[in-house]
Design a protein around this ligand. Sequence first.
Ligand SMILES: Cc1cc2nc3c(=O)[nH]c(=O)nc-3n(C[C@H](O)[C@H](O)[C@H](O)COP(=O)(O)OP(=O)(O)OC[C@H]3O[C@@H](n4cnc5c(N)ncnc54)[C@H](O)[C@@H]3O)c2cc1C
Length: 141
Amino acid sequence: MSNGIGIVGGGLLGLGLADKLAARGVNVTVYESSPQLGGLAGSTELGGVRVDRFYHAVTTSDQRVLDLADELGVNVRWRRLGGGFYHDAQTAEMSTPMQLLTFPGLSAADRARLVRFVLRPATWAVFAAALDRTAGEQATE
Ligand SMILES: Cc1cc2nc3c(=O)[nH]c(=O)nc-3n(C[C@H](O)[C@H](O)[C@H](O)COP(=O)(O)OP(=O)(O)OC[C@H]3O[C@@H](n4cnc5c(N)ncnc54)[C@H](O)[C@@H]3O)c2cc1C
């Protein structure tokens, strides 16, 4: 019987560790309870496209992830980061005032209420006061 190592969990940690051990010639077995690998960093299919199961972003300063991608021969293609909401089989951003006003998932009345809420003079003051209390004035500034 050959010696080997069993790793419980086929998420990023388990798979990364398995890869490192296997590269050193260790006989590794990964035990994963779910039908697919990847754990929190796994993907799922949405409208014929594979997307993150949870939102994930890699930035140019994530050196360890970039090194890992390099080791695995994964070609990283950089894209501008945007935020989108999937609604009624289409994605729409809601970051700028114009996107907010044209967001397809809101009725005209909903939009008007949201704009009124955002423009309420008290909104920022209430938020800033809460931030001051919890994070301190320096964080707010
Ligand atoms: C919403 C969200 C956004 C995130 N965004 C980022 C990001 O932008 N950048 C970033 O670096 N990180 C991000 N993270 C964190 C990142 O997803 C996790 O740190 C990473 O995926 C954790 O990997 P892991 O292998 O430690 O755990 P997991 O991904 O949880 O993997 C554990 C695996 O073990 C399996 N398992 C559990 N128990 C058993 C068992 N008894 N037997 C067999 N299998 C078992 C599970 O099914 C799972 O597949 C985000 C996380 C979330 C939730």
